[in-house]
Design a protein around this ligand. Structure first.
Ligand SMILES: [Zn+2]
Length: 217
């Protein structure tokens, strides 16, 4: 049985970890646009060359080129048992394009899995990192706090919050994610392809939920 799924989830939802677990347990590759682009360009395939011209000029690679890359990618032997899409589709036109591609190639999408973690929980997870301004040691005020608040265990210097980890920056990233993803969630829900995985639990528990869904396919 092949497993062909799309993984959806906010930054900080643990989606990457779950993808790795699925790849390992089911022997399927993850297909992400960036990796696929790099591989096709390195390979020098026809579509790879086309993609390269956009990448080199700094332009966004058009959807039809991405879809051609996907068509080649899903036909490779390692994808015979299925695959996981991560970070694709990102928009409704891409989702519709993927549907057309599946129809043409006689494949079907089995599930869109949404790793669902409450917004405030993700915000807390992602803003809890602190780094030592001196030695670079990394802490997490929730899961791995220093012995003394705001002070590095290793060298005694002050811990700081990186610009990327501030509430303002993370909120912005999450808002952009939600705006982009909400239409996709709706799209797959309407087609009865959406499964929502409660992601606010330990990695093992979340993976058990994923396995239950995939086992029922
Ligand atoms: Zn330090």
């Amino acid at each position: 049985m092949a497993i062909r799924i799309i993984l959806l989830g906010a930054p900080g939802s643990g989606k990457g970890t779950q993808s790795a677990r699925i790849q390992e347990a089911y022997g399927v590759p993850q297909i992400s646009t960036g990796d696929m682009l790099r591989a096709a360009i390195a390979e020098g395939s026809a579509v790879g060359k086309k993609a390269e011209s956009f990448v080199k000029s700094g332009a966004l690679v058009p959807d039809d080129v991405i879809l051609d890359l996907i068509r080649d990618r899903v036909a490779k032997p390692d994808a015979a048992k299925g695959f996981i899409f991560d970070g694709f589709p990102r928009s409704l036109p891409q989702a519709e394009g993927l549907d057309r591609l599946f129809t043409e190639t006689g494949m079907s999408l089995d599930r869109a899995l949404l790793i669902d973690v409450p917004y405030e929980r993700i915000l807390a997870r992602m803003t809890s990192r602190r780094v030592c301004g001196n030695c670079g040691a990394v802490y997490n005020v929730i899961t791995q706090p220093p012995q003394k608040d705001g002070v590095c265990d290793r060298c005694g210097s002050a811990l700081v919050q990186r610009e990327d980890d501030t509430v303002e920056t993370v909120r912005h990233r999450l808002d952009v994610y939600e705006a982009n993803t909400a239409p996709l969630i709706e799209y797959y829900r309407k087609r009865d392809l959406l499964s929502v995985v409660p992601g606010d639990a330990g990695v093992d528990q979340v993976f058990r939920s994923v396995q239950e869904i995939l086992g029922a396919l």
